[in-house]
Design a binder for this molecule. Structure first.
Ligand code: SAH
Length: 351
């Protein structure tokens, strides 16, 4: 069987080589690349400056990915929009669009499901289905740009999935997203978040990109972290801190620590003190996230005073800290919640 080529996942050089083999000139590749990555064409037929014959020829060997919007939820509190998209194989992924003063930000998924098993996260409840291709990651941004009619300036890889568990595809996605012939999003406006796959963090450091690496820390001792995140059984906090220092050394980019505050679990004074000790030697920024409770687990959010006290303690110790604004709380804003709701509903469970 002839396997079709996923052309949106190819770099311009690769596309040029593929078309050359088919007897096409280099400018054809440039035209197609522009249709895909700048004009955000949804299919080959939108590429109107290519001849009809050429387009139908392409359909023989090209796989052209495109997402189908299944559901859009708009927050009444802020202008956050959450999109549930259908993939060609019937799977669904979710992406979030957030409007900030400094520009529009999109949070994308990197996998269908996740196998990391973090106990507070809805994305992992059904395990990993499959990796997303570079094109399917780009498509989330492209579809949202088309649907909102607004330019996206920031991208965070913080939706469903563990990006470093899909390393090659994520790297290719980053290359295409920042390519000057494509959307050309600045590397500095991109954040990749990981639960802490140490060898991959080091490998990423070696790519010397100017993206921000966010580490989902959430706990300050191995014992506490293991209770929240199974990955902590594999890599210790000491190894993680070493990998963070190495990332900074290699890239000059400040690390972000994500710390989801769970009431009574990791929000005590002792936790703040330990977090200060971990953060102090590193060039880092701490992002406190009030945990978004999911109905499958009985975690509760820390109360407002505990969150503020935690933050003040860090600030007093000169740790750079922010509390993440809760965007879209009313629309299943936390990772994986919308997809999960969609799946359980279609399986006939009562909500
Ligand atoms: N797998 C990656 C990226 C996806 S999760 C990672 O672990 O970093 C993005 C962030 O949201 C992570 O910090 C994750 O721990 C956090 N998160 C997941 N579920 C959450 C919830 N219910 N409440 C608050 N934060 C959550």
């Amino acid at each position: 069987m002839n396997v079709k080529i996923d052309i949106k996942s190819l770099t311009l050089e690769e596309l040029t080589a593929v078309l050359k083999e088919k007897g096409e000139k280099a400018f054809r590749a440039k035209q197609m690349y522009e249709w895909m990555h700048v004009k955000l064409a949804r299919n080959l037929d939108e590429m109107t400056n290519l001849s009809k014959d050429f387009r139908s020829e392409c359909k023989e060997w090209c796989e052209y990915t495109a997402l189908t919007p299944v559901r859009v939820q708009e927050s009444k509190i802020d202008s956050t929009k959450k999109f549930l998209f259908g993939l060609a194989d019937g799977n669904v992924v979710e992406s979030v669009w957030m409007k900030y003063q400094h520009g529009n930000s999109v949070c994308i998924s990197s996998q269908v499901g996740c196998r990391m098993g973090c106990s507070f996260c809805a994305s992992t409840l059904d395990g990993l289905e499959r990796n997303l291709t570079p094109a399917e990651m780009l498509d989330q941004i492209y579809a949202i740009t088309r649907l909102t009619g607004e330019r996206v300036s920031n991208v965070v890889v913080m939706g469903t999935g563990e990006p470093l568990d899909n390393y090659e595809n994520v790297l290719r996605f980053l290359k295409l997203l920042t390519d000057e012939n494509g959307l050309h999003i600045s590397q500095r406006n991109i954040t990749v978040s990981t639960c802490g796959l140490v060898p991959k963090m080091k490998e990423l450091a070696g790519e010397k990109l100017q993206i921000t690496l966010a580490l989902s820390l959430h706990a300050t001792t191995d014992e506490k972290r293991r209770r929240l995140m199974p990955i902590a059984k594999r890599y210790s906090i000491e190894e993680l801190m070493e990998a963070c220092a190495y990332y900074f050394e290699q890239t000059g980019r400040r690390i972000t620590f994500e710390y989801s505050l769970v009431g009574g679990v990791n929000d005590r004074d002792e936790d703040a003190r330990e977090l200060i000790e971990l953060a102090r030697p590193l060039c880092c920024h701490v992002n406190l996230i009030p945990v978004n409770p999911i109905k499958e687990r009985d975690y509760v959010q820390s109360d407002k005073e505990s969150i503020q006290r935690f933050k003040n303690k860090l600030e007093k110790n000169k740790i750079n800290v922010t509390i993440r604004r809760e965007m879209g709380r009313d629309i299943d804003g936390a990772c994986g919640q919308l997809r999960r709701r969609h799946m359980t509903a279609s399986e006939g469970y009562a909500e």
